[in-house]
Design a protein around this ligand. Structure first.
Ligand SMILES: C[C@H](O)[C@H](O)[C@H]1CNC2=NC(N)=NC(=O)C2=N1
Length: 121
């Protein structure tokens, strides 16, 4: 499989995951991770994660609302975390595969294009 670039990922659409979809191998996941800035691979290689420090609680909620709309349009859904009122984290994995698929990287690339109001230094 040639490794898609960021442009290719953002121009793709998540495909419905039904039944037993094989997860990506750690090497395939690492290759795809190159295309999406600021996301990291979990130690078990089964999910990808990105963190932000939002300006405030509502900035986190506003961001999640935009991410939720994207997830609904893609038919692929993230795990959303908002802790300590401003610490935002999103984790992506494909439940139907019990690990990562290209859908997760497509969604990560598109989430990277959603603005979030960040905490000033
Ligand atoms: C039918 C529909 O495609 C599936 O239920 C979708 C919904 N959203 C999903 N989101 C994620 N992260 N993993 C899935 O396996 C998944 N399956």
């Amino acid at each position: 499989m040639s490794t898609p670039t960021l442009i290719e990922l953002t121009s793709k659409k998540c495909v419905p995951c039904e039944g037993d979809v094989p997860p990506l191998s750690p090497d395939e996941a690492k290759a795809l991770l190159e295309a999406v800035a600021d996301w990291s691979l979990s130690h078990d290689g089964q999910r990808i994660r990105r963190e932000w420090i939002a300006k405030n609680f509502m900035a986190g909620i506003d961001f999640f609302e935009k991410v939720a709309a994207l997830a609904e349009s893609e038919g692929h859904h993230p795990d959303l975390h908002l802790e300590g009122y401003r610490n935002v984290a999103i984790e992506l994995w494909t439940h139907a595969a019990g690990g990562l698929t290209e859908n997760d990287f497509i969604l990560a690339a598109k989430i990277n294009e959603i603005p979030i109001q960040l905490k000033r230094h």
